[in-house]
Design a protein. Sequence first.
Length: 188
Amino acid sequence: MSDSDELDIDDGEAPEASTTKKKRGGLGAILPTILKFAAIGIGALIFIVTVSVVTYSIMSKGGKSQTVASDPTSPYMGKRPVYEIFRGIETITTKSRDTGSSSYTISVQMYIGYDKEDQAAASELNSRKDELQDFMRRYFAGKYAADMQPENEERLKRDIQEILNTRFLDTARARIILFPKFDIMETY
């Protein structure tokens, strides 16, 4: 036996027969295409979720949330913040703007709520106590009795809060306005 006989493992078959490829058919032909599209879809989904999470985290850390006036009877109100209350303004009694056969006397006591961690707000509100008292007197003296009905109370509070924050207060911010006393009496 020669050395070449020992290496002949395929028992004399022709070399061309072993190199021919078999054709695949059916599921075997489209399986790589399906897997390729599934991988692309999963990659796109992971990318979208990642971008959404990053965007949401940036938006939620972007700054303090703004106070939004909403319906207090809504079941989706959420947890209400607790404010410090400035009670330094005395009760105001003034006449309404109404003229004619009957006039109205308005008696109002107003509290201003501000952020608990805002230490400068208490001193600013206290230093502007006389200005705030005068503002309240002029504000309610300029209103008609019809404007101060109970259904308009929330609008009055928002209006006062806006005026205080834009015209009177420098660093402090009024977050809530409360009326422990709000009486309108008709005088003859």
